[in-house]
Design a protein around this ligand. Structure first.
Ligand code: CP
Ligand code: NVA
Length: 318
């Protein structure tokens, strides 16, 4: 039976595992770890079916810092998904690389890759989740607020997208009280809400799904948003830009949150739409810490998966 651990959704880490990964990321950021699981160097293949700046650069930098050799591939220039099945691709790649990272559309593709791979598979964003981003976001919250459990984290905007799902699932895994607000028809799917409630019952977190932005923001410690037009939705752009205007993170909206609330945005941001320039460029914004933390978070995720899968040894992680 395969013991390989993958990171495909925010639920793939238990609360204890997520804490361990965040601790590791903090140690790596402070440069107190000095462990290089890909020393050799071993290669990590990172495939992109969608565009990227942060994910691409942070994986390249992080893999190099872990002693590995990053292989960044635009999927269109590979056989993956075009001329070769996902399962055959996995069976080839597992013989050549130490980890597979993939930004793609369908979550089912990542699941198929993982089912056929003896090396860890990491979701670098799908239509449904962006779990690596959430490790970076929670790392940023830990740095600014300390312990995560018990904090209120509110997400406003397109509440049916990958970031909304990941804020909900990763947030409750951390024991946070997560409020998600968006218009009717653009809220998380029932299956995601049910999974979040199940996880929250284990961690002491809670789930609020609402169309009332002000109620969701009330006393929030953390306020997050994301683009209203995700990759793959470009043809709906005109219609979508008018759907979410009541859920914009403006300075007026921020008055409902705690005075010391911090503001997250995974970037790229569209000032004047999902977030006002005054807010993202203001004192409560920690978005560039959040962007930097992609490197530290992913180094920790990659290391933890290698050790937990029995593919690398690190006595400090037992
Ligand atoms: N936040 C994020 O994933 O950014 P990129 O699309 O630039 O990778
Ligand atoms: N929801 C956005 C996130 C970008 C990092 C998208 O999928 O395009």
């Amino acid at each position: 039976m395969s013991t390989t651990r993958h990171f495909l959704t925010d639920l793939d880490f238990s609360q204890a595992e997520q804490t361990k990964v965040l601790d590791l990321a903090l140690a790596m950021k402070a440069d107190k770890y000095g462990y290089t699981p890909y020393a050799g160097p071993q290669t990590v293949a990172v495939f992109f079916d969608k565009t990227s700046t942060r994910t691409r650069v942070s994986f390249h930098a992080g893999i190099a810092e872990l002693g590995g050799s990053p292989l960044i591939i635009n999927s269109a220039e590979s056989q993956l998904g075009h001329k070769e099945s996902i399962s055959d691709s996995a069976k080839v790649l597992e013989r050549m690389v130490s980890t597979i990272v993939w930004r793609t559309y369908a979550q089912s593709g990542l699941e198929e890759m993982a089912q056929n791979s003896s090396v860890p598979v990491i979701n670098a964003l799908s239509d449904d989740y962006h779990p690596c981003q959430l490790i970076a976001d929670l790392l940023t919250v830990r740095e600014h607020k300390g312990a995560l459990a018990g904090l209120k984290m509110t997400y406003l905007g397109d509440a049916a997208n990958n970031m909304a799902n990941s804020y909900l699932l990763a947030g409750v895994t951390a024991g946070m009280h997560v409020a998600i607000a968006g218009p009717e028809g653009y809220l998380p799917a029932d299956s995601i809400v049910a999974a979040a409630k199940e996880r929250a019952a284990l961690t002491g977190g809670s789930v609020t799904i609402t169309t009332d932005a002000a109620a969701a923001l009330q006393d929030a410690d953390v306020v997050a948003t994301d683009t209203w037009v995700s990759m793959g939705q470009e043809e709906e752009k005109e219609a979508r830009l008018s759907l979410f205007t009541d859920y914009s993170v403006t300075s007026a909206a921020m008055k409902h949150a705690k005075d010391d609330a911090i503001v997250l945005h995974c970037l790229p941001a569209y000032r004047g739409y999902e977030i006002e320039a005054d807010v993202i460029d203001g004192p409560q914004s920690v978005v560039f810490d959040e962007a930097e933390n992609r490197v530290h978070a992913q180094k920790a995720v990659m290391t933890w998966l290698m050790v937990a899968s029995g593919l690398a040894e690190d006595a400090r992680m037992e």
